[in-house]
Write a protein that binds this ligand. Sequence first.
Ligand code: WTA
Length: 664
Amino acid sequence: MQRWVTTLTDMTETHVDVQASYPPPPEFSAQANATEALYDEAAEDRLGFWAAQAERLAWDTPFTEVLDWSEAPVAKWFVGGKLNVAYNCVDRHVEAGNGDRVAIHWEGEPVGDARDITYAQLKDEVCQAANTLTELGLTKGDRVAIYMPMVPEAIIAMLACARLGAMHSVVFAGFSASALKARIEDAEAKLVITTDGQFRRGKAAPLKAGVDEAIEALGDSSPVEHVLVVQRTGIEVPWTEGRDTWWHETVPNASTEHTPEAFDSEHPLFLLYTSGTTGKPKGIMHTSGGYLTQASYTHHYVFDIKPESDVYWCTADIGWVTGHTYIVYGPLSNGVTQVVYEGTPASPDEHRHFQVIEKYGVTVYYTAPTVVRTFMKWGRELAFEHDLSSLRLLGSVGEPINPEAWRWYRLVFGGDKTPVVDTWWQTETGGIMISPLPGVTHCKPGSAMRALPGISAKIVDDDGNELAPGTDHGEQASGYLVLDQPWPAMLRGIWGDPERFKETYWSRFAQQGWYFAGDGARYGKDGEIWVLGRIDDVMNVSGHRISTAEVESALVGHSGVAEAAVVGATDEHTGQGICAFVILKSHAKETSREQMVDELRAEVAREISPIAKPREIHVVPELPKTRSGKIMRRLLRDVAEGRELGDTSTLVDPSVFEAIRASK
Ligand code: WTA
């Protein structure tokens, strides 16, 4: 308990300026999908409202009950309903006569490597892939690990799994073989779909080799029966006859006919591993009907999607939840045209995103604050060389967007006129929860504003009392962000660990039955929500969730490390930066510090991913601990952020800080 309180006090120091609000442009409001009435409708009859949203989908068997919350905290939404998620994302658009509409403008990392895929073509390929997966022995309920860069086949593979009722577990292709192994093992994945390699800043890097390494490390207990490999780069790959199959030698030869089976609304759709407060990633479970309803609903209203005319672009990777909900399931269920880009904003140079926006006439652009800040660093002149006038709406996700970045984004990308929607949500929530509605909300830069119609969120104190609206100066208390009503896309559990599910999300406010999100927040003057960031041991680095415990466990995995403590320190560009403090074993002290730090950074990259490499590693003689032996992270954060130390009275030995400071 103590830790929450101290961290909350820390958060109030994060002073956020309350700025003037930005009303929606009248011409935008005039054509907007959402009006103020949407809030009223939802408030009048919340479940009736969700039932109406579920009608956005094609149900094979209609549902008989909207919500069954009798087994809380495991919800059942749209009880008795049956549907096929892939049919909803692909076939029905073709049947409605929109088969010739481009579903995906795919833009490869190498300039000129591009491909347009219509909904009719997507349907054929998803069917072929589904038939191939069936050939490989896959049936409903099986798990499939997808370890791929941003190629169309990754999306096709996800939809093929959904079509068969198999669960996909997408593992970000930037994760190491060791991280992949842990995820294959936990989910007992029968099949891995991957590519030979991936392009990174113009160079082909191996990927399939990592799959082989992971399977080898699993040894005799490996659940993997087959590896399906897409040829992306043409580099050489290790090959195991009988187990490995080329995509291009099988999928294109399969039939384009496949009858989708309708599955129960609560049939599992996917697993997505995310970092928690322990070293072991959690397999977040999502199911079909509720998830797809919220994906479709939020995408339609928050991004004001007009499927006939919009060109939507979400710059996320399918390895994260944003890629799942706002590249695959939201946009495709709504039948819109979207851009999918394989590379980074700087390949081959900093003009790339602007060129893609110009080339396809992108109208809605959804990215992360860290990307916006990177563009700010590069300078606005870059943008002024391009015609960005097609853009009519901008979105942000992944971390709090600082007001300066928000205004810069609107000015430079949006010509000082487009609405900007700052969307708060999580892997666990499945879809957007708190966000402006672009034709309705008077946005305050840096605030996600209010819960969407049908969603209920509160900011409460330790005892669960709701906080009062704030003042202009932002000096009021911050509290815990909770979700006090179930929502359709909510996670249904943690794979294989129901106790951890309850403990992690539902124990903090067990009495009230609320979901605690792990974020601190405060209300502004008008009751709008300002999310301040994580108050647990989860860090947010460039919008990537990384747990301190995961990095610590990678560091102590090195033979020279006796103990390690990791904290996230504020970072101007990445939101937070990873700072590690390590105590070396005596034999390692002979190695030079520089070499040791290099080795440790490499160890973290190998164990988790290069994205988890600490920004700083300090070799220290001791770590600050309480009498009960807990590491005082708050004090380490003070050190990492160069602040005066807070209260050190509970420390066993306050003098350790002299030594830690000296090591910086
Ligand atoms: C943070 C990403 C402030 C938050 C969709 C949350 C945000 C975590 C915002 C979830 C936002 C996401 N403003 N903070 N608009 N969006 N976050 O699971 O701390 O990768 O708990 O899901 O990101 O990260 P996740």
